[in-house]
Write a protein that binds this ligand. Structure first.
Ligand code: ADP
Ligand code: MG
Length: 484
């Protein structure tokens, strides 16, 4: 019997389904910012995920939301963590300067967090067991919430029509609604019905439909209007009102949502940095503020993984234990005996590690032999302190069916894939009152086992939904799946 996914008719329907469910991105460079769209790759059927690890990731999210907020308020911690990075990394330095200029006279109506913690399962083979490992905490431009409703509908169609012999246990995922709710809460605190939410975007935004879903839901459920501007446009149009309100032309902005501004290329001239400073000096609630964004750097996360660091910010020892259980080994590359030891370890056994600079958005890390090559290059320079080294996590592979963006592949084949789970978190604090602190839905991104990078945006991984199973069943099934 031919497998159902080999039927060209099925493949045609699957591509159509991604489009009709809005799982699309702007097609290609040079095409005007219009409705021209191409598909985003998806896993045709949901991948298996162990229920207890999923639950753990969700349970610790409010703890991470609070941690992000507390660390962002600790000038001492941020300064000492980033001290050496600031010497050679001019991007982080400029962001830090903005933070320093505005921190004592902070005007933001609320502290607003739209975060996402990413995890991989560390699979030690048959006897070594399996643990959840945090890959990173994202505090800026956490994306792909907008695809959750479409993905749900895609997977429901596939399971009812084609995969009726398989059972999937896909949990409810309200990441889009939860993100929008957090914006609405912060917007409400601003107390101006006419105020808008400003999305700071790239000049050319491939992931515009993901962002559009948030914009549309803000209007549908809350009648909140959104504006989209690049930092350079903000520079040309924005000013501060008499009460330090952020005003674009004549529209007051209650909230600013940065879907750009995390990469040096978003700041081609001083103008964009001036725009960032202007926004940071205003009464708008910012997702993220410069402090939240600095908290999200790889260096701060490496420092938080060192012994005793978490305890400075989280008072509940049980929660500390749970949060720490998700940490992978992370090592500073400072010019100290420990730093030197980390350099030597990476040179001897590069496959054991990932080397990370202070960048976001995918495509910046070093893997395998590139760890060695880069380390040789930076080991005797001050630049080395702007990187961190992290234990490489090896998730358990399972067989998956990737529908790659049309028209690259028209025939579907099962192949070994690995997944990265993201748990969104939303947080709103006004003064000392925490108005919102919650886990806010999830995403699963899955990629072929041999691909190092992750990320939908860079085309390394594909949208997926978790199908939750008991851990024993998970282990049994993935072994079976790979052997087949
Ligand atoms: P970015 O800010 O660019 O998203 P990440 O730290 O998330 O940086 O790394 C990008 C991708 O690299 C991840 O999505 C994951 O696929 C892979 N990766 C990062 N750290 C590790 C690790 N310790 N072990 C295995 N893969 C990793
Ligand atoms: Mg990442």
């Amino acid at each position: 019997m031919t497998e159902w996914y080999r039927d060209p008719e099925t493949v045609r329907v699957l591509y159509g389904l991604t489009v009709s469910n809005g799982i699309v991105k702007k097609l290609s460079s040079g095409v005007a910012e219009s409705s021209v769209a191409g598909t985003i790759g998806v896993l045709v059927t949901p991948s298996l995920y162990p229920l207890d690890q999923f639950t753990l990731a969700r349970d610790v999210q409010p703890g991470f939301n609070s941690l992000i907020d507390s660390v962002s308020r600790s000038h001492e911690f941020l300064t000492s963590a980033l001290e050496n990075v600031l010497e050679t990394d001019s991007f982080t330095r400029r962001l830090f300067e903005i933070y320093k200029k505005t921190r004592q006279d902070n005007q933001q109506t609320c502290s607003l967090g739209i975060h996402r913690c990413d995890y991989m399962l560390d699979w030690r083979g048959d006897d070594g067991g399996m643990g959840l490992r945090q890959i990173e905490i994202n505090t800026v431009a956490c994306s792909i919430q907008g695809f959750a409703p479409g993905l749900k509908s895609f997977h429901e169609y596939v399971s009812s029509r084609y995969a009726e012999n398989e059972t999937f246990n896909v949990p409810q995922n309200l990441c889009l609604e939860a993100t929008v709710d957090a914006f609405a809460i912060a917007w409400n605190e601003f107390k101006n019905e006419e105020a808008a939410i400003l999305f700071v975007v790239e000049e050319e935004t491939f992931n515009m439909y993901d962002q559009l879903a948030i914009e549309v839901d803000l209007w549908k459920r809350y009648s909140i209007k959104c504006l989209r501007r690049t930092l350079s446009q903000v520079h040309g149009e924005a000013r501060l009102g008499p009460g330090r309100q952020l005003i674009l032309l004549d529209i007051v902005c209650a909230v600013v949502y940065f879907r750009a501004g995390y990469s040096p290329s978003d700041y081609p001239t001083d103008k964009e940095w001036e725009a960032r400073l202007l926004i940071e000096s205003s009464t708008a609630s910012l997702s993220p503020s410069a402090a939240y964004q600095l908290m999200g750097t790889k260096k701060v996360q490496q420092c938080l993984a060192s012994p005793g660091a978490l305890e400075q910010f989280v008072s509940d020892p049980k929660l500390v234990k749970k949060m720490r259980s998700t940490f992978a080994g992370q090592y500073a590359l400072d010019k100290t005996p420990e730093g030197d030891r980390a350099v030597e370890l990476a040179l001897q056994d590069p496959d054991r590690f990932v080397l990370k600079p202070q960048r976001e958005g995918g495509g910046n890390n070093y893997y395998g032999n590139d760890v060695r090559v880069k380390m040789e290059e930076i080991r005797d320079t001050p630049e080395r302190e702007a990187y961190i080294l992290m234990d490489r996590v090896h998730p358990p592979p399972q067989m998956g069916l990737i529908l790659r963006p049309h028209p690259r592949v028209l025939e579907l084949e099962r192949e070994p894939v690995i997944s990265e789970l993201g748990i969104y978190g939303t947080y709103v604090r006004r003064g000392e009152k925490v108005v919102l602190n919650t886990a806010a839905g999830h995403c699963l991104r899955t990629k072929p086992v041999a691909v190092n990078e992750g990320g939908i945006g860079v085309g390394a991984s594909y949208l997926d939904s978790p199908s939750l199973v008991a851990t024993e069943d998970f282990i049994r099934k993935i072994k079976h799946s790979i052997i087949m």
